[in-house]
Write a protein that binds this ligand. Structure first.
Ligand code: PLP
Length: 442
């Protein structure tokens, strides 16, 4: 029988008062997913998140956790003051656009974002999620070329809407839904000749790649490979779409990796941290050529909340804050690289590889079970990191640009402890593996 309400109401019985932690987790278990609730329960040791500031999250039982996860959204940490102020200002004047009149917050965001690309992209489309940006870019490439085929990479993650999912590689998300959007050809991450051969057939609309694959296990593309793909795509009349939803916005150093490395994409996709960690915001920036169907008919691809003034205000403030934090980000990045290499060097029994760049790092354990053990241990110690959805043996660290030295010290100690613990527990502790899976589901 379907249960319509959690067993116990909030303690006072009045909805206006905060619910107990048990009620929160129970509601999630009943109405969202039992696995999700179990993951949350384990990560918080029965407590829930109630407040956050910078890289620190405060739990309902008063404990604090350091957030190096949040799936890449909190590049500026939580509640960045400049972003919060901008949102508050917008909230006090006009949070929602009529979409009949011109809105200054939308125009300001458009100019601020395109300014960061040195004139390469005069156009943009504004959405709320990463998958929104993927969808519009693929639609434009198909429309402009009159071709259907899209080349996407092994290990790629581009989102889970039906169109974006067709480009996402992981069978875990595709099984039972196929055939998805057709005419997607999977190519190897370093396969120049293979990509050239596909392009030579003359039926490819677009090549889509992440310069650093995040969900796929934190794997960088070689700059030279990106450049050669891009040149071959353009020679064949196909568009190049760089999905920097996770790795862009200076998380990995440059504002746009593909552009910094000379790949000359026709569109760059941004999301996650674009709303400053405060509001959902995504964007596709594009050349005049690729964008032309939308310039001609702006109703051709719309979303009711695309270009929401609150999100745009957050985005404009976030862009300045990201630029301002670039020096600190480089310091944190250098420290991450050094410390993670050191941690891995003495722990070959459990760590097979450390990969990453800037503020996006993957620690590949020798098995998914070990990764589960480490995830559980880190959560228990109060370090929040993200699993890799398509590479369960890799855990992902996404430190914010605002992390303090004390938070970094804590993270390094917690990681060392968790890796040592994993080594002593070993690979075959089924309960820990199951716990790790629950955390991955969360
Ligand atoms: N593209 C990349 C590279 C991503 O990492 C993600 C999400 O993790 C997406 C697209 C999809 O973004 P969203 O979940 O906001 O739709």
């Amino acid at each position: 029988m379907t249960e319509l309400a959690p067993t116990a109401p909030p303690p006072s019985g009045r909805r206006s008062e905060p619910a107990s932690d048990g009620w929160v987790i129970d509601a999630i278990r009943r109405h969202l997913s039992p696995g999700l609730a179990l993951g949350y329960k384990m990560a918080g040791r029965d407590a829930v998140e109630v407040e956050a500031d910078g890289a620190t999250v405060t739990l309902s039982d008063g404990r604090r956790a350091v957030d190096f996860g949040s799936y890449g959204v909190t590049l500026l940490g939580h509640r960045h003051p400049a972003v919060v102020r901008a949102v508050e200002r917008q909230l006090g004047s006009m949070p929602t656009a009529t979409r009949t009149l011109a809105n200054p917050a939308v125009a300001a965001f458009a100019v601020a974002l395109l300014d960061r690309f040195d004139g390469a992209f005069p156009r943009l489309w504004i959405g709320t999620d990463g998958a929104d940006a993927v969808e519009v870019a693929v639609k434009l490439a198909r429309r402009r070329t009159g071709r259907l085929r899209v080349l996407a990479l092994q290990g790629a993650f581009h989102g889970k809407t039906l169109g974006a999912l067709a480009l996402t590689a992981s069978p875990a998300f595709r099984t039972g839904l196929e055939p998805l959007l057709g005419h997607v050809t999977r190519v190897g991450r370093d396969d120049v000749a293979g990509v050239e051969a596909e392009l030579e057939r003359g039926d490819v609309a677009a090549l889509v790649f992440e310069p650093v694959q995040g969900e796929g296990g934190v794997r960088r593309l070689e700059p030279d490979v990106m450049r050669r793909w891009s040149a071959a795509a353009h020679d064949a009349g196909a568009y190049v779409i760089s999905d920097e939803i996770q790795c862009g916005l200076r998380r990995c150093g440059p504002f746009s990796i593909a552009r910094a490395e000379g790949a000359e994409p026709d569109a760059v996709l941004l999301g996650k941290a674009l709303g400053g960690g405060v509001l959902p915001l995504s964007a596709m920036v594009a050349t005049d050529d690729l964008y032309s169907p939308l310039a001609r008919d702006p109703t051709w691809h719309t979303a009711t909340f695309g270009g929401h003034p609150l999100a745009c205000a957050a985005g404009t403030a976030a862009l300045d804050a990201i630029d301002a934090a670039a020096v600190r980000a480089r310091e944190i990045a250098a420290r991450c690289e050094r410390e993670l290499d050191d941690l891995a060097a003495s722990r070959h029994a459990v760590v097979s590889e450390v990969r990453g760049r800037g503020l996006l790092w993957g620690i590949q354990l020798r098995s998914a079970g070990l990764a589960g053990t480490v995830l559980v241990d880190l959560a228990e110690q109060g370090l929040l990191v993200s699993p890799c959805l398509s590479a369960p043996e890799t855990i992902r660290l996404l430190p914010p640009m605002v992390a303090t030295d004390a938070e970094l010290d804590f993270a390094v100690d917690a990681l060392g402890h968790a890796l040592d613990e994993a080594e002593s527990v070993g690979d075959d502790d089924a309960a820990r593996t199951e716990s790790g899976s629950a955390l991955r589901r969360a």
